[in-house]
Ligand binder design. Structure first.
Ligand code: ATP
Length: 476
């Protein structure tokens, strides 16, 4: 916290001969947020919470495609950070913790933003986000702001029947503290030796004064955090290692280097206890913004919990015979912010020409295959072919792919629908399929098509997904 419609219908031949080439491509360098927000609602990615009551500011719901996207991102993070490594284990801690945790962590005292109110319209803003001379962004009144006051961002709640201060607790503003408080028990039960890490994915809550930019700054969101416990003498090396690892993760989920950069915390920004901190920033349509923080937090958190709880946090290093409180390298990323970064950077409005030279638009979400909400759409060329096509779809589903069956409308329109939700592969079952056991696989990005034997589909797609996870581009 700082403080082809081109395919008429019928017949496989036409399906091949009109394979469209992208003869002209206009990429929107800057996605219009309005258009993206509208598309997200229309296609069931993300929309306002409690919408029938007018919504509630800072809270968002994920629809069928949105939840698949976010789950795929979380699952990929978990695989990369926990399952693929022997030095990191996972946990899932409760959202509400002992109130003392937040005293020890400094959140009760310091987790604040300076805030001002407009005396005219009573709107509330973060003082550090307003120009000193600015008029009220809501009503336009000049010089109408109150003095800045500190506003604690933790959401309060009461535990049990009493509603007085003795029962007061907080919805956690970050997942990290539960990793610190569990560090001893997890180190013991997992028998990990330093350096090792503990990872967690979970909800966090912050009473943000000005939630904005769609889901970017929400009041309820999910974090994916990992705390890596290291020998104090080695912390700089581990910090450097994690900077590289995490940057590469952003590339593998499909964000191009041109949209990624590090931001180093300067003197004024660096928390007093931190040795070093860098953010990974992504360029959104509304500017460069933090999506992940990588911090060398020294022994601050464990020392604080040792002091407040009385529990010893020291680690005995058998190899050197030394006893010390480990230093912590933290990697902290928001699942919702990363999802939004991917949505913004995957969305393109493309001008294409069909084989007759007719120009048209298509909306494309260029999700990497391993995180696409639908990986394979399975389509009968005509409704008559629904039975074998449904069987094929179910068999791909059974293999673990995220699939969708769609028989409504012209095949070209169905391709466009799939492009818009980012499906990398469409499989079309036609009349010839009944004879030769082959189907047409159509690739979202190139719009190329290829006939593949049905029995080879599983291997074909498995290898596509695997290479996508490793960061390779699709060559089709
Ligand atoms: P910011 O300066 O944008 O408020 P922060 O520095 O407070 O962010 P951290 O406390 O380091 O953020 O949290 C780690 C990550 O959690 C952030 O990089 C971001 O991805 C995510 N995150 C933090 N606050 C929010 C929020 N209000 N809405 C969505 N994601 C958030």
């Amino acid at each position: 916290m700082s403080c082809g419609s081109w395919i008429g219908i019928r017949g496989t031949k036409r399906l091949y001969s009109t394979v469209s080439k992208i003869s002209e491509r206009t990429l929107m360098s800057e996605v219009q947020m309005k258009e993206l927000v509208a598309l997200c609602k229309h296609r069931g990615f993300i929309f306002q919470s409690s919408e029938i009551y007018g919504g509630i500011n800072g809270f968002w719901d994920y629809g069928p495609y949105g939840v698949e996207l976010k789950n795929a991102i979380k699952q990929y993070w978990w695989q990369e950070m926990v399952q693929r490594r022997s030095d990191i284990v996972g946990q899932d801690a409760s959202i509400i913790m002992h109130p003392k945790v937040w005293e020890a962590s400094g959140h009760v005292e310091n987790f604040t933003d300076p805030m001002v109110d407009c005396k005219e319209c009573k709107s509330r803003f973060r003082a550090d986000q307003l120009e000193s001379t600015s008029a009220c962004p809501t009503c336009g009144a000049k010089d109408s702001f109150t003095e800045a006051r500190l506003f604690n961002l933790m959401l309060k709640t009461n535990i049990g029947a009493n509603t007085d201060s003795s029962s007061q607790s907080f919805l956690r503003p970050e997942t990290a503290q539960a990793i610190f408080t569990n560090y001893r028990v997890i180190q013991r039960c997992s028998r990990k030796k330093i350096p090792f890490g503990i990872a967690q994915i979970g909800k966090a809550f912050r009473n943000e004064i000005t939630p904005r930019n769609f889901t970017f700054r929400s009041r309820e969101f999910e974090q994916m955090e990992m705390q890596y416990f290291v020998d104090p003498d080695d912390s700089t090396d581990h910090f450097e290692y994690w900077l590289k690892e995490r940057f590469n993760f952003f590339r593998r989920v499909g964000l191009p280097d041109s949209k990624l950069r590090f931001h180093e915390h300067g003197e004024g920004e660096l928390a007093h206890y931190a040795n070093a901190a860098k953010d990974i920033e992504v360029e959104f349509p509304f500017g460069w913004q933090e999506v992940e923080g990588i911090h060398d937090r020294s022994d601050f958190d464990l020392s604080q919990h040792q002091k407040f709880s009385g529990e010893e946090m020291k680690y005995f290093d058998e190899s050197s015979g030394r006893k010390f409180i480990p230093h912590v390298i933290e990697t902290s990323i928001g699942a919702d912010r990363l999802s939004l970064a991917i949505l913004c950077n995957s969305f393109e409005k493309e001008v294409i020409k069909d084989s007759n030279g007719k120009q048209e638009f298509r909306n494309v979400m260029r999700f990497k295959p391993h995180i696409a909400p639908v990986q394979i759409a399975v389509l009968p060329l005509m409704k008559k072919l629904s039975e074998p096509t449904l069987r094929l779809e179910q068999s791909l589903r059974n293999e673990g792919f995220r699939t969708e069956y769609d028989q409504a409308g012209q095949i070209g329109k169905r391709y466009r629908r799939q492009d818009e939700i980012g499906t990398p592969y469409c499989v079309t079952f036609d009349f010839e399929s009944l004879e030769d056991n082959r189907v047409t696989v159509r690739f979202r990005d190139s719009m190329n098509q290829k006939r593949i034997l049905i029995e080879e589909l599983n291997d074909f797609f498995q290898s596509k997904i695997r290479s996508s996870m490793r960061g390779f581009e699709d060559s089709e």
